[in-house]
Design a protein. Sequence first.
Length: 236
Amino acid sequence: MTTPTPSDAQSVPVPDARKLKPPTATPGSVVVTTLFALVLLAIAGIAIRDFIIEMKWISGTEWIAAASRWISSLSWQVWMWPAAVALIIVGLWFLIVSVTPRPKTHFAVDGVEDVDGYSPSTWTRRVDVARRSSAVARDVRDVLEANTVVKRRKVKVAVLLSEDSPETRATITERVTAAIAPVAPGRTVKLKVRVKKVEQSVTPPAPIARPAMPESFATEAAESESDSPTLIKEQP
């Protein structure tokens, strides 16, 4: 009997990794089936009411019987054309919704090794990657605002700068790329830059001094004040 060595254990073939299904959103068929369930519950309630009336427990007119007689007395009319087209469109919409796959809400984090024969089981959302990218971009100098949209192959970062320069653009691109590399590698960072225009303050002009009065006018004004009679109020 031989004891397996570590090298023999490592040479044992590992089964193919089984891919886990990513988290998905609620299927659209849930909405359709919920509406159908509500309609069936309403019909069941009407049927119970008609049964109670049939048993003479309450008085009234049976709605299902009245509706059946009304439908049987109908003949083809013009308004039935748009009604038929509308029903066909609704039926096709129900069919499309029922076969449409559920949209994925998360994507797998790359770079994680297989565990127990299963593929990576760590997931994240695009909005989380976008928030992280925006936060990293805001930490760069001269960045006032930053918004990020994560696509399948691209990460679009829109920033508002107080002052634009090639160094600032390169720093933003480098930091965002490094931030998303552990979770979403392979995506290209696209940078869109806007520069905020700072209005220059306008200094008001210095006030203009009042021009001095010519000497001739000043002399005449003084003489006229001295020649003017002074009224003296007599004491009683």
